[in-house]
Write a protein that binds this ligand. Structure first.
Ligand code: NAX
Length: 327
């Protein structure tokens, strides 16, 4: 249909927002279908956000049907079909993990409730703001009328990083890399899996044939890429995070490629021994706005231990936010 897709972005005046909004407005998500942007920020950031909107105006994007900004989630989320929750509280100096979880808990409980009250019936919610998996869990638990499968957290950046590293190692173009999987948490414990990935249709782990590289170079490089970007650039990944946010939303709404899958952190149904209800990353295929976890993959002992370690961290985070009364 040609009715504009209503897309909310939170933290719109931030670093990721500065890249994401222009990709969305240019039609990268909707393939040219008109898009209406609803931009949520905290009150002190609204002036900066007005400046960003001036720049959006100045692009004269043909697919941008309207922009609304504000600091009231119930107004901004009204009728949205997609909510990209990017804004979050970063860990400040001296902040303990519990402080970080409560600061973000306050944001994601409120936003979950607001989405529950006013979003469109077909809303999909993608969480980029960290700790992404647990923030998605909090939003989901505070939005009882929205089906659990409408919530996801972003592990697509990790997925894209893994594709890029494998392409560089094998000399294959990124388009030859398929069936990449990130399992678990979007954190340093994540498990990028080469045992099911393929390079030009051949098993990636066998093609690489180097367990030492897989274990001691590939996995840590992907898992610690965020820190390497901060070290090099002086600030955290922004354009790549925005690009992954668009990739994830586009595939979710419009479908993953035939013969391939993507990584998304979704509410577990117990697949692969991941406790039901945890928001954990899985290999998924998507079609018509729905995802389904790829079933039947053989998980060897090496992979089992890595998945279990990351899932244990997610269970700890869930227990911590349960104790804080956030879910
Ligand atoms: P910035 O600090 O540049 O921007 C965050 C914005 O969120 C700020 O403008 C702030 O005012 C706003 N904000 C805070 N509370 C809000 C609220 N209650 N409602 C609306 N807006 C609010 O961070 P940026 O670099 O853009 O990163 C945003 C988030 O993405 C961070 O949590 C970051 O850790 C996370 N990331 C997640 C990644 C992923 O792959 N899942 C990778 C990149 C990034 O690190």
């Amino acid at each position: 249909s040609s009715a504009p897709l209503k897309v909310a972005v939170t933290g719109a005046a931030g670093q990721i927002g500065y890249s994401l909004l222009f990709r969305l407005a240019s039609g990268a998500l909707t393939n040219g279908r008109p898009i209406e942007l609803r931009l949520l920020e905290i009150t002190p950031a609204l002036k900066a956000l007005e400046g960003v909107v001036m720049e959006l105006d100045d692009c004269a994007f043909p697919s941008l049907a309207g922009v609304e900004i504000g600091d009231d989630a119930e107004k901004i989320f009204d009728g949205v079909n997609l909510a990209l929750l990017v804004g979050a509280r970063p860990r400040g100096p001296g902040m303990e993990r519990g402080d970080l979880l409560s600061a973000n808990g306050a944001i994601f409980t409120a936003q979950g409730k607001a989405l529950n009250a006013v979003a469109a019936d077909d809303v999909r919610i993608g969480v980029t703001g960290n700790p992404a998996n647990t923030n998605a869990l909090i939003a989901h638990k505070n939005a009882p009328d929205i089906p659990a499968e409408r919530f996801s957290a972003l592990t697509r950046l990790d997925h894209n990083r893994a594709i890029s590293q494998l392409a560089a190692k094998t000399g294959a173009p990124v388009t030859d890399i398929t069936k990449m999987t990130i399992w678990g948490n979007h954190s340093a414990t994540q498990y990028p899996d080469l045992f099911h990935a393929e390079v030009a249709g051949k098993n990636a782990a066998e093609t690489v044939g180097d367990q030492d590289w897989l274990e001691n170079t590939f996995i840590p490089t992907v898992a610690k890429r965020g820190a390497a970007i901060i070290e090099a650039r002086g600030s955290s990944s922004a354009a790549s995070a925005a690009s992954a946010t668009v990739d994830a939303a586009r595939d979710w709404l419009f479908g993953s490629a035939e013969g391939d899958w993507v990584s998304m952190a979704v509410v577990s149904d117990g697949s692969y021994g991941v406790p039901e209800g945890l928001v954990s990353s899985f290999p998924v295929t998507t079609k018509d706005g729905d995802w389904s976890i790829v079933q039947g993959l053989d998980i060897d002992d090496f992979s089992r231990a890595r998945i279990d370690a990351s899932v244990a961290e997610l269970a700890d985070e869930r227990d911590a936010v349960t104790e804080l009364g956030l879910i």
